[in-house]
Design a protein around this ligand. Structure first.
Ligand code: LRH
Ligand code: MN
Length: 432
């Protein structure tokens, strides 16, 4: 029996108060869609199956290099983080798995973390390694890189950390390791661009060889800049694809939406990685300038829709051997992280639902006859459809809240945990 941290009575009372209105809105939407020849129930079933992992580091208040202003009831350890993730799952019913980051989350034995997860109805998604920070007592520094470092001993240390993350993931029942690398340079000439990449690929091959079985995946995450400001070893999807192809079948590319130059056409990159059979997963968030790590769909929801449009189209064409893993990767500097993650999971499901409403037969016909206006309009018509009732009904049927943020605020969960958790102090710099 799953342990619920919010009194289910509060959710039931909330759903009773909002149930009639939702039923009317849902019926109206179903009517609109059936006039388009679309079965609303079929869409609801597919949307209900869309699961997004939440980042353990996302439930703490984020910060920038300038400052971090922690909110009340900050999670103090992995168990507090799991409880906050469980609240997001209890109310939103879209995020049944948590993605851990090491060493940030190695504050307990993995067996006890797994057991607590099970009590809370949570599983574990891709684990994340960290060779972009030095930790106390570490023998060799990552100041000048890790898996691509010129010194083989530093590379060996970084490889050992990744292999350790795999065994922690195995203990949790995870099936993937995500490797994001900060390795790069700030000045032309500082590092040999080709040799640094070769060293990286060689290191990733050693990590791939340590994967437990054929079902495991290595998710290689690229990023265009920061903390390196001249060249980043895995700077773009091309470098990432070259590495994934060089390492082998289990190595795939991970697309963090914030890791591109502002005007990049990300949905095109997604289409290319699908064509290469190397799209492994996503870190969903939103941005305007750099790696802003803002809430998914909060800046450019149309762009998020266009990414999901490529995924729905690929699924319809059976263009991949497995669907990409979806995860949120955000930094919540000024909002309650639980509210932001609830709204972001909803934004991802919204983009998916809208993409499922695209009339792909009409779209293909318009594309075939270069009817540009109607082709573009076919996409926009789906995007303009307000699927709010469908998302709420999916939550209600799954035992969640019709309005998860509304129910969350009614629960006073934040006030309750703030009373028992140590008040966290602010600091300059860093995500956690
Ligand atoms: C790097 C990144 C990576 C994580 C980190 C928390 O910018 O997106 O995915 O390891 O954020
Ligand atoms: Mn990321």
């Amino acid at each position: 029996m799953t342990e619920h941290l919010i009194d289910p009575g509060i959710v039931e009372a909330h759903n009773r108060r909002n149930g009639d209105e939702l039923a009317q809105d849902y019926e109206a939407l179903a009517g609109t869609l059936s006039r388009r020849g679309i079965d609303c129930e079929a869409i609801l079933a597919r949307v209900s199956a869309l699961e997004i992992a939440v980042p353990s580091w996302g439930v703490g208040t984020g910060g920038t290099r300038f400052a971090r202003f922690p909110g009340p009831g900050e999670p103090a350890d992995i168990f507090d983080k799991l409880e906050d993730c469980a609240v997001i799952q209890q109310l939103g019913r879209a995020t049944p798995r948590v993605s851990l980051h090491f060493p940030w989350d190695d504050t307990a034995e993995m067996a006890s973390v797994k057991a607590r997860g099970e009590e809370l109805g949570l599983g574990f998604d891709a684990v994340n390694s960290n060779t972009f920070q030095d930790r106390p007592g570490q023998k060799l520094s990552y100041k000048f890189g890790s898996l691509s470092h010129v010194d083989a001993e530093v590379r060996a240390q970084a490889i050992a950390h990744n292999v350790d993350c795999i065994s922690r993931g195995q203990a949790l029942g995870a099936r993937a390791l995500t490797i994001w690398l900060a390795d790069g340079s700030n000045f032309a000439g500082q590092s040999h661009l080709a040799q640094a990449f070769e060293r990286y690929v060689e290191s990733v091959r050693a990590i791939e060889a340590a994967l437990p079985d054929e079902s495991w995946r290595l998710l290689l995450e690229y990023k265009n800049f920061e903390p390196a400001f001249y060249a980043t070893v895995v700077q773009d999807w091309g470098s990432c694809l070259l590495a994934a192809q060089a390492v082998g079948r289990r190595a795939r590319c991970l697309v963090d939406l914030g890791h591109h130059a502002p005007s990049t056409n990300i949905e095109l990159i997604v289409a290319r990685l699908i064509a290469a059979g190397k799209l492994g997963g996503f870190h969903l968030n939103d941005s305007r300038f750099g790696d802003d790590d803002l809430d998914a769909g909060s800046v450019d929801p149309f762009r998020l829709f266009l990414v999901f449009n490529e995924l729905v189209d690929a699924a319809a064409r059976k263009a991949w051997d497995e669907a990409p893993a979806l995860m949120l990767d955000q930094s919540h500097n000024v909002t309650d992280p639980i509210e932001s993650l609830l709204l972001s999971a909803d934004a991802a499901r919204r983009a998916h639902a809208q993409a499922l409403l695209v009339d792909r037969v009409q779209l293909a016909a318009c594309q075939a006859r270069n009817d540009v206006a109607m082709a573009a309009e076919t996409l926009r018509r789906a995007y303009r459809t307000d699927v709010t009732p469908l998302l709420a009904e999916a939550r209600r049927r799954a035992g969640g809240a019709i309005d998860p943020v509304g129910a969350y605020r009614l629960s006073s969960y934040r006030k309750t945990v703030a009373a028992r958790r140590p008040q966290s102090t602010g600091s300059g710099g860093g995500i956690v």
